[in-house]
Design a binder for this molecule. Structure first.
Ligand code: UDP
Ligand code: MG
Length: 307
């Protein structure tokens, strides 16, 4: 199998016929073996029966996964990845906001030697206040924090070489952070502008709260990528720093006691120093526990620490 398209579907019944039409148009123009995996994420409309109809007509190309309830877009994508057989994987929304016609151009980019081609909805057709503006801030923040500079993490339409997707699991809203993981295992990443259309049918499943979740996920991702194989550096470093400050304060208090006869315990600095010292020590111990966890994590999955 050359190419797997993966599409999460949640209450998109009216969009599906158009989606299939444009997927067939594009795929028939390519000289590749392909499949499309549609993951029904517990839709409450007729999406699943529409999907099944298409799958029955063309079982060679259309595969359907059905969730018992709504588990979220990231889970749907994770399921699609588990079942995909293609050497190249393209993720795509089902709502026709992404344009399957962009796929050949992205595949051509992969052929140039990139491992990940990220779509960038340069003129995005969503609500400016609740979606586009917060998303622009989030993209800048993510680029800054992770060092992987992309304009549009949120765009589902991205093409991946299979091997950069192996070796990590997706949680929360994390599918958008795949480029960060991929980059941490050395993937070559590029960005291309893609079309974006307003939603014609159905409505968006997300609002402003999504950006908040994304920012929280960013903490996890940054931590996992930067420290997951060496947590003691973070915890021990922080702990050591706190202990040094605590010790410095204590020395200052002692010097003051010896030369100026100011009582050590009378000063609030004494409590501050004791607290910093305790916190620092605790943090170091936490680092050791985290080291144990990391070893269990890597060994239990036989996950190498290199790629
Ligand atoms: N989606 C899903 N499960 C969910 C929410 C969304 O599978 O819980 C799918 C949805 O059907 C669509 C894609 O994820 O194909 C993107 O969702 P949406 O268009 O609502 O997001 P937006 O484009 O507004 O960011
Ligand atoms: Mg959409």
């Amino acid at each position: 199998m050359n190419l797997s398209l993966i599409t999460p579907v949640y209450n998109e019944q009216d969009n599906l016929p158009f989606l299939f039409e444009s997927i067939y148009n594009v795929m028939n123009s390519l000289d590749q073996s392909w499949e499309v995996i549609l993951v029904d994420d517990g839709s409450r409309d007729n999406s699943l029966s529409v999907l099944k109809e298409y799958a029955q007509k063309d079982p060679l190309h259309i595969r359907v996964i059905s969730f018992r309830r709504n588990f979220g877009q990231t889970a749907a994508i994770a399921a699609g990845l588990d079942y995909a057989q293609g050497e190249t994987i393209v993720l795509l929304d089902a709502d026709m906001q992404n344009d399957p016609a962009d796929i050949p151009m992205m595949l051509a980019k992969l052929d140039e030697g990139y491992d990940l081609v990220s779509g960038w909805r340069k003129s995005r057709k969503d609500n400016a206040v609740t979606r586009n503006f917060p998303s622009m801030l989030a993209n800048r923040l993510i680029s800054r924090v992770t060092g992987v500079h992309l304009h549009d993490y949120g765009c589902t339409l991205k093409a991946y070489r299979r091997d950069v997707l192996e070796g990590f699991r997706l949680y929360g809203e994390m599918h958008r952070f795949i480029p960060v993981y991929a980059s941490s295992v050395g993937a070559k990443i590029t960005e291309v502008q893609v079309n974006h259309h307003p939603r014609k049918f159905g409505k968006t499943k997300y609002g402003l709260e999504r950006t908040a979740k994304v920012v929280l996920d960013l903490f996890t991702v940054k931590f996992l990528v930067a420290f997951s194989s060496k947590p003691i550096y973070l915890f021990g470093g922080t702990g050591g720093f706190l202990m040094i400050i605590g010790a410095a304060i204590m020395i200052y208090l002692l010097v003051r006691r010896l030369y100026f006869l100011v009582s050590v315990t009378g000063s609030p600095l004494f409590q501050v120093s004791a607290m910093l010292f305790t916190l620092g020590f605790q943090s170091m111990l936490m680092g050791l526990i985290a080291e144990l966890l990391v070893r269990t994590y890597h060994e239990s999955q036989r996950k190498p620490t290199y790629s």
